[in-house]
Design a protein around this ligand. Structure first.
Ligand code: SF4
Ligand code: SF4
Length: 208
């Protein structure tokens, strides 16, 4: 028989959550030197945890939830930072990423030596149509030079997709230190593998 007890119980839970928002806000305020639990990293972490109390709407876009390391959105090209601030690109324009890309949204133009016409292992032009990219990560997976990686930036809204969402070479370039900051575990693993390979190569070259 329906006696309305379930409805009252549900409304009670909603009311407690609602009131909990204020009590949790005030308790945070007193415990954290009169600072709010909104618009700061510690507050976001608290509101995402199982200890969170009350209603905790994310105040997007002022607040953004952190994404996990393996989150992937649009690819970017890596460059090493030279001592004099020059960008040493890792990409050799081999074209493997463009070949494996399922929706074929990568275009690469190879650099050629102006005198000999022979190919130079760096891209002259590099484009990714980021509205067609399906964020699969295959380009990053297959690149033999760790030259293309998946970014965490997911904010791509623009008014003119043709002018803004076909990323060119310049727009795609990001530093290795940026990559290390968004994917520290991946970066550490790759650097360790690189150091190991170089040590093995050096050992092979040593005279017996
Ligand atoms: S990003 Fe990697 S796979 Fe793509 S062209 Fe450059 S080196 Fe080759
Ligand atoms: S993430 Fe996937 S769809 Fe996007 S450019 Fe790379 S291979 Fe292509």
């Amino acid at each position: 028989m329906m006696d309305g007890k379930g409805i009252l119980k549900g409304m009670g839970v909603t009311l407690m959550r609602f009131l909990g928002t204020y009590t949790a806000d005030m308790s945070w305020w007193f415990k954290h030197n009169f600072s709010s639990r909104y618009y700061n990293k510690a507050g976001i972490e608290n509101r995402m945890s199982k200890d969170a109390r009350g209603i905790f709407t994310v105040q997007y876009p002022e607040e953004k939830l952190p994404v996990p390391e393996e989150f992937r959105f649009i690819p970017f090209l890596l460059y090493e930072e030279g001592e004099n601030g020059e960008k040493k690109e890792r990409c050799t324009s081999c074209g493997i990423c463009a070949k494996v890309c399922p929706p074929q949204c990568i275009w690469i133009v190879r650099t050629s030596d102006p005198e000999t016409g022979r190919p130079v292992p760096e891209p002259k032009e590099f484009y990714i149509d980021v509205d067609i990219c399906m964020n699969c990560g295959l380009c990053a997976e297959y690149c033999p030079f760790d030259a293309i990686k998946m970014d965490h930036d997911y904010e791509l809204s623009v008014y003119d997709r043709h002018a803004r969402n076909i990323f060119d070479h310049e727009k795609l370039l990001k530093s290795v230190s940026y990559y290390a900051s968004i994917r520290p575990a991946n970066y550490a693993r790759e650097e360790a593998a690189r150091a190991e390979a170089e040590a093995a190569k050096a050992a092979r070259k040593k005279p017996a």
